[in-house]
Write a protein that binds this ligand. Structure first.
Ligand code: HEM
Ligand code: HEM
Length: 488
């Protein structure tokens, strides 16, 4: 194995994205906790005037979490490990370096545009695609710049073979470009109507059922290609590196990769079961969702088996704990999702809190834990300092694990109770409960979810503090922590 110390890598861009991961992560989680408590205690909606209402803050939470925290985490780690697996420094190409920096600063400008417009209530009202056309155009520009640097770095690499993580990152790049372009085809009403209405307003190019189908083809694949594919790229790099173990099976990684690519794109219709979408589309989505267990578990099992014979590391290394639990939560949510996609189960689950429960065992347990551990792995190597406190990592792990368990278990109970109450009828066939009855029953579970989220946020603050202290006053390292992994 070639030692990394032989090559000096440039972490300028990785560090910038690390800062945005931390900042946007804390903002997303803080808003998450606030809206969770707003659902439990509706009076909180009036705390900050119109800007603090659930309706204004919810898209800010989802977008800050998905496109702020998660994308920044993906990029922070790519700009770190991309150089290492391709065995080339960004600094070797002024073009790649410039694209990297431009990528960060234009992305930040986009974030400001998004925050301001969403707070003002400007939205297309399509979930995860709320941004109006001027911002959509800016996002395309950012994506092109990211692509120029990304493929530029691949182009000047010394390592001939592309490691597994690079395949997943290429898939992330191509799929998001395709999904984003098609779902955001919109007609600016001001220009189309000869000057009527707000200049930034638009309507979707598609209508009715077609619009819904394109939206959920996009929506679920945002899950596939933001919350899944690039996170798998991360775990394929960081788990072998941190544990010093070789990836268990390259064959399995190949099978899971192509399985995931082929199956995911057909599953989006499971968001539209029992709607006006053609029946065959619904059935196909349901079947493909169940098949999706195979490639999903293929990656997760490959990761868990990478730890074969080395489970003792769970006791000594908190980062291994984070990553093993992340794979476990990934298995968990990719079993739960297919179950929810079975038509008869979806009839009960859809519109209930079981869905946000599913969302957060995936996003907190899988995405969150992977991003936290990736940055904790990178910090000593980027700053050349030892992690400030190992015991804080342990504390973070246990506080957040407790938080996730409280979050999803309360939402399971809430969701299933809600679903059962909505469909309950008396002996004459009349509905047994009014809507407000369900709201009253849900109150304690909403409170428990808020507490779970608060614990998760406290853990994230501990994480941010630990990284900051590592940067500021961690013990200086003469050479970076070594391992014996062939994954480079
Ligand atoms: C095998 C993989 C998966 C399948 C088949 C699946 C299936 C589903 C189903 C059936 C729904 C509910 C649709 C509804 O009735 O409204 C759903 C919602 C959702 N899932 Fe998954 N899921 C999978 C994995 C994941 C993972 C790993 C994550 C995140 C890390 C995730 C995030 C989401 C999100 C964000 C939603 C909510 C979308 C919305 O309504 O806004 N899913 N999923
Ligand atoms: C402190 C932690 C968090 C809390 C308390 C929290 C809370 C919430 C709440 C209350 C909702 C609205 C649910 C509803 O409309 O009924 C929500 C939605 C959502 N959150 Fe979070 N969240 C947290 C962290 C995260 C993170 C880290 C991510 C992603 C990485 C995330 C992704 C999402 C998504 C995708 C949705 C939309 C789900 C759907 O439509 O079903 N959240 N969150």
């Amino acid at each position: 194995m070639q030692s990394h110390n032989a090559l000096e890598y440039d972490y300028t861009v990785a560090k910038l994205f690390t800062i945005s991961t931390i900042a946007l992560g804390l903002v997303a989680m803080l808003i998450g906790v606030l809206i969770a408590f707003e659902l439990a205690f509706p009076d909180l909606n009036h705390l900050l005037g119109e800007y603090g209402t659930f309706g204004r803050l919810r898209p800010l939470h989802t977008d800050a979490a998905a496109f702020g925290f998660t994308l920044s985490g993906i990029w922070a780690s790519w700009y770190y490990y991309g150089q290492r697996i391709l065995k080339v420094s960004m600094a070797e190409s002024p073009f790649v370096m410039l694209m990297g920096k431009l990528h960060f600063w234009l992305y930040m400008a986009g974030v400001v545009g998004i925050v301001v417009s969403l707070l003002m209530g400007i939205t297309t009202s399509k979930e995860y695609a709320e941004f109006e056309w001027p911002i959509d155009i800016a996002i395309v520009v950012v994506w092109l710049i990211f692509g120029a640097g990304f493929f530029g770095l691949i182009g000047i690499r010394r390592e001939k073979y592309l490691y597994i993580s690079v395949w997943y990152m290429i898939a992330f790049y191509v799929a998001i470009a395709m999904l984003y372009l098609f779902n955001n085809m919109e007609v600016p009403t001001y220009f189309a109507s000869g000057g009527y209405g707000a200049w930034y307003h638009s309507v979707s190019m598609y209508a009715g059922t077609n619009d819904a189908m394109v939206q959920w083809w996009y929506g679920h694949n945002a899950v596939a290609f933001v919350f899944t594919t690039p996170i798998i790229a991360m775990i394929y790099y960081f788990l072998p590196k941190e544990s010093g173990q070789a990836v268990y099976s390259y064959k399995l990684s190949l099978l899971s990769f192509w399985g995931l690519m082929f199956v995911y794109l057909w599953a989006g219709g499971h968001h539209l079961l029992y709607s006006t979408v053609p029946d065959w589309v619904q059935t196909m989505a349901s079947i493909f969702s169940i098949v999706l267990i195979l490639p999903s578990w293929g990656s997760a099992i490959n990761m868990l088996l990478t730890m074969k014979g080395e489970w003792g590391q769970l006791q000594t290394n908190p980062l291994i704990k984070f990553m093993v639990l992340a794979s476990t939560f990934y298995m968990f949510s990719t079993l739960e999702g297919p179950i929810q996609a079975i038509k008869s189960v979806n009839a009960l689950a859809h519109f209930t809190d079981w869905i946000p429960g599913h969302v957060h065992d995936g996003t907190l347990g899988w995405v969150g834990f992977m991003i936290f551990s990736a940055i904790l792995h990178m910090a000593p190597r980027m700053f050349k300092r030892e992690i400030w406190s190992k015991s804080l990592m342990e504390t973070q792990f246990w506080i957040q694990t407790t938080g996730i368990v409280l979050y999803f278990s309360s939402m399971w109970i809430a969701g299933i109770t809600q679903g059962m109450m909505w469909r309950a009828t008396d002996q004459y066939g009349n509905l047994a409960y009014s809507f407000i009855d369900t709201v009253t029953v849900l109150h304690p579970y909403y409170t428990i979810r808020g507490v779970g989220g608060l614990l998760f946020l406290v853990g994230a603050i501990i994480w941010a503090f630990n990284i900051f202290m590592t940067f500021k006053s961690g013990k200086v390292l003469e050479r970076e922590p070594q391992n014996t992994s062939p994954a480079s």
